[in-house]
Design a protein around this ligand. Structure first.
Ligand SMILES: NC(=O)c1ccc[n+]([C@@H]2O[C@H](COP(=O)([O-])OP(=O)(O)OC[C@H]3O[C@@H](n4cnc5c(N)ncnc54)[C@H](O)[C@@H]3O)[C@@H](O)[C@H]2O)c1
Ligand SMILES: CC(C)[C@H](C(=O)O)[C@@H](O)C(=O)O
Ligand SMILES: [Mg+2]
Length: 368
């Protein structure tokens, strides 16, 4: 297969982890006789520095014409004082919105040595397999009005959803639950927010179309507590934009590191943007210690969801798993008895593992 992939390394550790994605794509291309035509474009702070905007027109055009997009991370203290429209994060929100990528899938799995890396008790984490389905192009992130009054003494952000926007993401949640264990937890704040009350209504209506799925509603505050006290009660969680953002970082604790989580941002056709859940990690950028696995697993998700390359994706997941089982990990993972290696060494080991194909033992095959 021949596929066009746009790389958006972005800021901070973004460029370091993108090396992992590139190395893995190169290896898969060689092993399976694919051709990945990659072009790099600017986004975030990098784009502000070079083009005075976090989302240059040429970046949007290239992404619109691509088969899929890989993104590292955006943001950092260098751009913290920028006005709202010129913050690096605007570039990320802008590309999600302009491509209509409303469905954000964030799988969380405690597997292999990761169950010991988590600060939670092993028996709580062992076997955890959760998919967070986060709405990505609505809610507080995009509602108007948003801003400050002229005297600077009042601020407003608007939480807005249309019924249609809720319906399409809730459907994704049901579809995912149907393909997995058949359990869907819808997370909202229906005791306070009108948007959440409509969300609940939509979930109830849609439930009639999916009689094989068991639905549960949870309020976001107690759901956040249960996520780390009894995580195995969850399979698919469907929730709105901001709740999904917060719950996914929290859920990363189950894996021992925020650096482990991949994500896919999708719409109804095959085009997607794939990025790790973590940010630009300015505190460790440039040190060569960042965990590249969230980015590498995001690359696997791209192969699976955008290109239908199930076997290739499973190979990457196997290589990651085996590398961790062999004891190699970056320093963010607190695995007793393991060997701490830097980012480059971790990438090198994954590539070596990939080149020695063995029976597939996918860790992420049940994403959706
Ligand atoms: N998708 C994105 O581009 C994205 C996501 C989240 C945050 N951000 C941006 O990143 C910047 C920093 O935000 P933050 O510090 O709150 O969150 P962060 O996710 O960048 O970092 C949080 C903590 O986790 C650690 N960490 C994150 N990823 C890691 C990895 N792969 N390996 C090892 N350690 C890792 C960091 O060192 C830091 O201590 C902000 O500008 C924020 O807006 C961007
Ligand atoms: C950087 C920021 C805009 C982004 C979000 O809030 O969506 C990030 O935290 C994420 O989780 O992808
Ligand atoms: Mg986030």
């Amino acid at each position: 297969m021949r596929k066009q992939v746009i790389l958006l390394p972005g800021d901070g550790v973004g460029r370091e982890i993108m090396e992992g994605a590139k190395a893995v794509l190169n290896t898969i291309a060689g092993e399976y006789n694919h051709e990945f035509i990659v072009h790099e474009h600017a986004i975030g702070g990098d784009a502000i520095d070079r083009y005075d905007t976090p989302l240059p027109e040429q970046t949007v055009k290239a992404c619109e014409n691509a088969d899929a997009i890989l993104l590292g991370a955006v943001g950092g203290p260098k751009w913290d004082g920028m006005p709202a429209g010129k913050r690096p994060e605007k570039g990320l929100l802008g590309i999600r919105k302009s491509l209509g990528l409303f469905a954000n899938l964030r799988p969380v799995q405690g597997f292999g040595p990761l169950v010991h890396a988590s600060p939670l008790k092993t028996e709580l984490v062992d076997g955890c397999d959760i998919l967070i389905v986060r709405e990505l192009t609505g809610g507080l992130y995009f509602g108007k009005p948003s801003g400050r009054s002229a005297d600077g003494e009042e601020v407003v952000d608007t939480l807005r959803y249309t019924r249609k926007e809720i319906e399409r993401i809730v459907e994704k949640g049901f579809e995912a639950a149907q393909m997995r264990s058949g359990k869907l937890t819808s997370v909202d704040k229906a005791n306070v927010l009108e948007s959440s009350r409509m969300w609940r209504e939509v979930v109830e209506e849609k439930a009639k179309d999916y009689p094989d799925v068991t639905v549960e509603h949870q309020l976001v505050d107690s759901a956040a507590m249960k996520l780390i006290t009894n995580p195995k009660q969850f399979d698919v969680i469907v929730t709105e934009n901001l709740f999904g953002d917060i719950l996914s970082d929290e859920a990363s604790v189950l894996t021992g590191s925020l650096g482990m989580l991949p994500s896919a941002s999708l719409r109804t056709d095959g085009v997607g943007l794939y990025e790790p859940v973590h940010g630009s990690a300015p505190d460790i950028a440039g040190e060569g210690v960042v965990n590249p696995l969230g980015m590498i697993l995001s690359t696997a998700m791209m192969l699976k969801y955008s290109f239908g390359m199930e076997e290739e994706a499973a190979e990457i997941e196997r290589a990651v798993k085996e590398c961790l089982e062999d004891g190699y990990h970056t320093r963010d993972l607190d695995v007793q008895g393991g060997k701490v290696v830097g980012t480059d060494e971790m990438i090198k080991r994954i590539v070596e593992n990939l080149s020695t194909k063995s029976i597939s033992n996918a860790i992420c095959s049940s994403y959706m």
